[in-house]
Design a protein around this ligand. Structure first.
Ligand code: ATP
Length: 382
């Protein structure tokens, strides 16, 4: 493989066993050069192990790691053109920021470090902090120093292992944008490990969703969100309403489904399950795609919409939107998010309502899967 001179990472049949436990099942994965790639999954799914095999910190049980076409599987970490940024920054407390960033250059015997260190500090916008010690910086600033210290070695690939995990939510959001900006500016390949789906979607061009040592689905964030192919991805990436239904026929490009007394229409192209008449499928729809009206207003719903009746169990006002939980004959709890533009005072717990949505927003999954897979996010258990 010699077609690329950049930093594309290619994992072929890579796996890791600890004793008889498969932490990572044989995995093929290509991270395109210059991309921001996220490995996303719950705690224990094997994402850190995968990252550590790229870094050379973990020896694969089988398979190869290639970087820009070169097989680096047998190279020790320090000989790989790869740097890792960890959650705990690991800055040298006795050195100031300037010397922390200069460290890699000095170790390689580079004499004149001033320009490069200056450029790096500018890149992470810490030029004014050069003479401070790490403990005199905030967590986010320290993490930027760690990024600068790694990037100054000109790695082809920067590996980030939950780098924002120790930061509070607001700072984490800021740092996500900051890291994305830095990656766009330097243009090198970033491989980022996180359990936070919003973080992965905000930053990455491509996200690999991992579950139980396997990649369940890989794609651009919007594509994964709109077209999940498993219940795990549908539930882990945001929230999905999954309604048990049966295929009763088709018309044109659509499938006709039945769930209880309700008919649901779904584009056949959005169904990833076998969908012959009589097959069971899960009809999925995202909470923000659903509109809600009081039952008395059902007549105002335009023709051609999917519609289901229910009763509001809970309503949480969260500023930009109100999040409803609705009990319905076809699903004990449906989530509906409504933007707070004009609020209908009748939409309160106990109210009878009709949920309706554009059939085009329905996706279909194989009903043989666990309908609740991926609902327990690590955020909940953290
Ligand atoms: P986290 O977000 O909690 O770090 P992860 O998805 O990164 O999780 P890994 O650290 O890759 O998960 O671990 C994958 C699995 O392998 C886990 O079940 C873990 O307990 C196990 N594991 C990791 N390292 C070892 C080890 N040295 N010996 C035995 N089992 C291990």
């Amino acid at each position: 493989m010699t077609e690329s001179s950049g930093g594309d990472v290619r994992l072929t049949g890579i796996s890791k066993k600890y004793g008889s436990f498969n932490a990572v099942h044989p995995l093929d994965l290509t991270v395109p050069a210059g991309s921001f790639f996220a490995l996303l999954g719950a705690s224990g799914c094997g994402k850190t192990t995968t990252l550590r095999m790229i870094a050379g910190l973990e020896e694969p049980t089988a398979g190869t790691v290639r970087l820009a076409g070169e097989d680096i599987t047998a190279l020790p970490p320090y000989k790989r053109p790869v740097n890792t940024v960890f959650q705990n920054y690991a800055l040298f407390p006795h050195l100031d920021i300037y010397e922390n960033v200069a460290f890699g250059l000095r170790r390689r015997g580079v004499k004149s470090v001033k320009k490069q260190v200056g450029d790096m500090l500018d890149l992470v916008q810490l030029g004014d902090f050069a003479r401070r010690k790490p403990q005199q910086l905030s967590g986010g600033q320290q993490q930027r120093v760690a990024v600068a210290r790694a990037l100054i070695n000109h790695p082809r690939v920067l590996l980030l292992d939950e780098p924002l995990g120790a930061l509070d939510l607001k700072l984490r959001r800021q740092m996500q944008l900051e890291l994305k900006r830095i990656q766009t500016e330097v243009g090198i390949t970033f491989v980022h490990v996180t359990h936070d789906q919003e973080e992965a979607m905000t930053m990455a061009d491509t996200v690999a969703v991992m579950n139980g040592g396997r990649v369940e689905q890989l794609g651009a964030p919007a594509d994964l969100y709109e077209n999940p192919v498993s219940t795990f991805v549908a539930n882990f990436l945001g929230t999905s309403n999954l309604i048990e239904a049966e295929v009763v026929g088709s018309s044109g490009d659509d499938l006709q489904l039945k769930s209880g007394d309700f008919k649901i229409t779904m584009p056949a192209a959005r169904c990833s399950a076998p969908a012959g008449t009589g097959d069971k499928v899960l009809a999925g729809v995202r909470p923000e795609k659903i509109s809600l009206v009081a039952a008395a207003d059902e007549g105002t719903i335009p023709a051609g919409r999917n519609r289901i009746t229910g009763r509001i169990k809970d309503a949480s006002f969260i500023g930009v939107s109100t999040q409803f939980v609705i009990g319905s004959p076809v699903c004990p709890e449906l989530a509906v998010y409504q933007q707070n533009i004009e609020r209908d005072g009748r939409l309160v717990p106990g109210a009878d309502v009709v949920l309706h949505w554009n059939p085009a927003h329905t996706f279909g999954l194989d009903a043989a899967q666990d309908i609740d897979a991926g609902t327990e996010t690590p955020e909940d258990s953290a």
